[in-house]
Design a protein around this ligand. Sequence first.
Ligand code: NI
Length: 378
Amino acid sequence: MEPFDLNSYVTGLRRAFHQRPELGLKEYETSRRVRAELERWDIPYRMVGETGVIATLAGGRSGPTVVLRADMDALPIQEDTGLPYASQSPGVMHACGHDAHTAMLLGAAAQLAPRREDLPGAVRLVFEPAEEIAGAGRALLEAGALEGADTVFALHAAPNLPAGTVSIQSGIRMCGCGYFALTVRGRSGHGSAPHEAVDAIPAACAMVSALQNLVSRETDPEDHLVVSVGTFHAGTASNIIAGEAKMTGTTRYTDPKLEERLPAALERIFRGVAAAYRVEIDLRCGAGLPPVVNDPACTQTARRAAQGLLELRDLPLATGSDDFAFYTQRLPGVYAFLGTGGDYPIHHEKFTLDESALAPGSQLYARYALSYLQGGNV
Ligand code: NI
């Protein structure tokens, strides 16, 4: 038998996943391969839904449980990298590095499985479907992905750092986000007789402006809050007063308390303006994601785990979101940004990553589990 080579194992898996990307909740082939590899390493698993996989490597001794998570889904993007192992599925691409995350976590399984007898505790490997469909990770948590666990760890490809480096920093690392849809109802009429109608357009415009008071007058300047209206539609003809206006928008924030407060604040502002303009409103606030918050002690454990493996670098807060936030909301954990280089950002049709990042990234997964189990957060 050939000796096991982590680098070729992880790179081979990543290329296989890359070539056959699957959209959220449709990761059938990916999930099958994940399970086949887990069977190869003799790690028992259970499924959540049709594609989610939760595997548990029970140690020979009792101790804490460490959860390591990787996401598996791809994006609806037509790949344009020209790579020999580019996507063979038209219009679907691994442009967020989830192929690499899944491969690296399987690499961690391969490293940890032979040492299971010595492990003082358990390592749970969570292969999550549909991360890109915000909020899908919640189903895994409801299925007990974190039950009885003590800490969680995940990493994400970071094209803004070179391969061989990693950012592991405590505190808020990714923003929370929310969504809203608003319908403003007045009464339509002839454009020449506004006094006989209730114009929805000036009312809706006033709402768009008033919204920014949330950012400039109600939020601590130290916190980040972005409120953006992305769509705005009203009216049918130049001489008809619009009886209805519709808009949708997104919120991004760092203060975890805003998750609960924002829908109520939006409602208060819209209702107040609606009363002033004599219109009715219908507001829907979609379930968003809380911020990803790294626990200080777990961050130290992860930084120690990276020693001699990856160079530590600092990155500013990322304004994107990740449903790993649901995990760090429930358990102390860490989300690391693994430098993967390349010339394009994530979600770009030319996104590539430097594969020399994969083996050390995989080792970081395994080492986080080992250092937590062996030393706890000391
Ligand atoms: Ni991603």
